[in-house]
Design a binder for this molecule. Structure first.
Ligand SMILES: Nc1ncnc2c1ncn2[C@@H]1O[C@H](COP(=O)(O)OP(=O)(O)OP(=O)(O)O)[C@@H](O)[C@H]1O
Ligand SMILES: [Mg+2]
Length: 313
């Protein structure tokens, strides 16, 4: 069955979250009961899109008992998914919230190495779809063994089938995909600095860097997320700035994925950049309300949308 939105996650994770009073060496750190969620960039985006009512399918590479657990959790949330079996076990990511300081400690494992037939199977699966999705969201890191040009290859497939490629990644995989060209890219300020090698100290430089990507044909739309400073949405004809919403921050984990889900959901429905940025801000802020790896909830997104403002730059 065709879906409007396809997310791709080559390096998913079972996110394990707990709390402890204080993180310190040697001692046994007594923790609260663990909460587990299915995770990894594209999985997170798909989960939020599903909660918002979007028609989304999550494609992911999973293996071992952790991979089975991840699929079971997605099924429980009724998130449509297609799991490509890989030999290595899906990784776990471990987050500990330290109650004495309010800080999150995030332990991120590399993920199992994929053989070339395993990552090629993902590209083949996308290429074999008879009805192309309108949106192809590639998000997250690539596990060992997957070449840096994997997202670039996906971008080529998206262009060939007329899907809008949306990219959220970092480092060489991000650079290679942009060299190929995507519809929308969502770097954080840290990722854009790394990509451009520039300090990007103020709004004028942020805008110039986004415009530079568009002028070079690397993206049609740049969504630059600025953490507590909000976000910028830039196309060839528009430049919009949104301040961050003032909400109590329980955890910033998953804010970028939720922001991207809100943005894509709105673009799919209205196509209007200003409205889409407001939905992105609302979804990003809603993710901050929940502790650990909990993502945004639709009632919070709806409520915060009314508070979100966007200004032309
Ligand atoms: N501390 C914060 N206060 C208010 N809003 C925030 C905060 N952190 C994140 N947000 C919201 O979530 C969006 C995405 O956050 P951010 O820019 O940190 O991206 P990210 O992808 O989570 O970052 P990275 O991938 O570099 O860890 C922001 O544009 C903003 O709307
Ligand atoms: Mg991010």
């Amino acid at each position: 069955m065709p879906h409007n939105i396809l997310t791709v996650t080559m390096n998913p994770a079972v996110d394990v979250f707990t709390t402890t009073a204080q993180v310190r060496p040697t001692h046994k750190l007594r923790c609260a009961p663990a909460q587990t969620h299915p995770g990894g960039g594209g999985i997170n985006v798909a989960r939020v899109l599903h909660r918002l009512g979007a028609d989304v399918l999550a494609l992911c590479a999973t293996g071992g008992v952790t991979g089975q657990a991840l699929c079971a959790m997605l099924a429980q949330e009724q998130v449509a998914h297609h799991a490509l079996a890989v030999a290595g076990p899906t990784r776990e990511s471990f987050t500990v919230h330290e109650t004495s300081t309010g800080q999150d400690w995030r332990f991120v494992l590399p993920g199992p190495p994929l053989a070339s037939a395993e990552w090629q199977a993902a590209l083949d699966w996308v290429a074999a779809q008879r009805a192309a999705p309108r949106w192809l969201v590639a998000s997250g890191s690539l596990p060992p063994g997957v070449p840096d040009d994997f997202y670039a290859r996906l971008a080529r497939l998206a262009r060939a089938c007329g899907a809008h490629m949306v990219l959220d990644s970092s480092g060489p995989a991000l650079a290679a995909a942009l060299a190929e060209g995507v519809y929308l890219v969502k770097p954080s300020l840290r990722e854009l600095r790394e990509l451009t090698g520039q300090p990007l100290a103020d709004e004028r430089q942020w805008l110039a860097a986004a415009r530079g990507l568009i002028a070079a044909g690397q993206a049609k739309v740049v969504a630059l997320s600025l953490g507590e400073q909000g976000a910028l949405l830039v196309s060839a004809t528009e430049a919009l700035r949104a301040p961050a919403l003032a909400v109590p921050v329980a955890s910033t984990i998953g804010a970028g994925d939720s922001f991207l889900a809100g943005l894509v959901w709105a673009l799919d429905r209205h196509g209007d950049l200003a409205q889409a940025l407001r939905w992105g801000m609302a979804a990003g802020a809603a993710a901050l309300l929940g502790e650990g790896t909990a993502l945004s909830q639709p009632h919070d997104v709806q409520r915060l949308f009314a508070q979100a403002s966007v200004n032309p730059l």
